[in-house]
Each structure stands twice: as C-alpha cells, then as structure tokens.
Design a protein around this ligand. Sequence first.
Ligand SMILES: [Zn+2]
Length: 309
Amino acid sequence: MESLVAPGIWQIDTQLGGWQELNAVFLVEGDMPCLVETGPQRDSDRVLEALGRLGVGPSDLAYVVLTHIHLDHGGAVGDLAAQFPQARIIAHPKGLRHLADPTRLVAAARQVYGPRMDSLYGGMTAVDPSRLQAAEDMGHIELGGGRRVTLVDSPGHAKHHVGVFDESTGVLMVGDAVGVKVPGGGPLRPAMPPDDFDRDLAIASLHKFAALGPDQVVLTHFGPAGPPQEVLAEAEAAMRHWCEVAEAAYSEEATVDHIERALLSRVFEPASDPGRQPVVDTLNGFASNAAGMHGWLRRRASTASEQGR
Ligand SMILES: [Zn+2]
C-alpha cells in the first residue's frame, strides 16, 4: 500500500473506489514531515493507517499541502487536520477560503459527480482558518535537517493548483497539472475539467515544471510517470491536440456533447488492460474534459468579443 518513490518520499495508495493504483498521497519525511494531498474523505482512514505504519504519530505531522482543492486531492483535509492537530494546512491562496468553508465547493462537486459523490469521494469538513496558510509561488517549506520543498504556482487544470518540488531528490509532485496515467489505463490523458481549465496557463505551467529540471515527475493519478522531460513534452502535445479537436468541434456546434463525440472519435485510445477502462473513465472521462474545454472556449470567445467592442 505504501511504496518508496525516492529516499524519504512515500507514495500511499488511497484505493479510491476500491481501485488500486488510481489515487495517491505522498509523505515527505523530515524532522517536520509533510503530507502532500489528503485523498478524498472516503479514504481518510486508509491514509491515517498508512501514516501510522510509517511512524507518523498524531503530534508529528507538521504540514499538509494540497496540490489543489478538488475532492480526490483534498477532500479529507478537515478529517486529517483533526487527527494531526500540529499540522499547518497549505494550499493555493485561491483555494483557501473553500477549506475554511467548503459548502460551495461540496455543492459544486455534487453537481459534477452526481451519485458518484457519495460512493467515491464523500464531502469535506471545514478547517479552522487559524491553521490555514497560503502557498507562495516558489515559496519554500522547511522540513528540518536541510530538507525543504518548493511550491510551484501551476494554474491551468485549476486556478488553485500548485506543484511540490523536493529539491534533495528532484521529485516533482504535479497533482493533476500533467495529466492522468494509471497502470494498464493507456497513454497519458490530459485532465481538463470544469470550472476553470485554461490551455495557455496549463502549458505555461508545464514549461515552468520543465525549467526546474526535475529528476522525477510524480502524478497523483498515479505515481512516477517516466523520463520527466519526455513526459512533460508528451503532456503538452496531448493537451494541444485535444484542444485543437475541441476547438474544431466547438466551431461546428458549441455544445459539450459535440466536443465529447469529437474527442471519442479522434483522440480516444483504449486502456491496454480492458479492466482498467472504467477506472480511467471514472476519474478523468471525456465528458469532464469536454465540459472543461467547452468552458475555456466559451470564456475565450466572450473575452474576444468584449475586446472587439
Ligand atoms: Zn483535479
């Protein structure tokens, strides 16, 4: 259930939905250990148990960093904050207020996920605002003993997204900014969900990651992704291609359904293990990507028409 990604960095499989190798959280060890991601609320007990096995007791955990506040990444934040009373909770400044009051976030997620909300994710419990801290772009978190991680503002997938770079190992934990690639699930898929996907910001974030020269790129869904510069280039190419397909479809008929049909006919590649197809489609399906790109294209069109006025 736990595996070592690099010296002092553990990957914990939250077993989201009962599936293996789909969703991870990461423990960066140090005098002041840091958990990156919490997983969804439904999986919080499994994360707690894994942290216990790794020797992180209730008063030990110093930091929890969320790459972003989507429920598969941060849903358990309130539950874990209660179990680890010393931990500071760090997230992008644009996400913090939702952690203090998740009412709107949870309601919006319910709209998107429907019945899967309860079976897969659960909700989110509020965090006491005094424990929240804003991630600063390229700011550092000192973990003691000379170890530190750098937070990298990386909007695109969502406006409230940060990457987490461990300088001592060169491991870059990229959340959803690079995409989703699960064992047996087929090639890397960009993750471009509603409500604030933006292609140009997402590609700029990939360039920012490349400039750090990471030794490993590690996906929340799921794990080390291969040679970093190749993975980042593959992610950019896929994102550009999918967005081109979406743009062409949008110009014919500006609906989410039409974009989804175009994606299914032009970019769909089946999972190498057919049993993994529903796993990938549940977490990062074409309907979600079509809706995310539709929102981006619609916002772009309205900005252009305002500027033309
Ligand atoms: Zn996400």
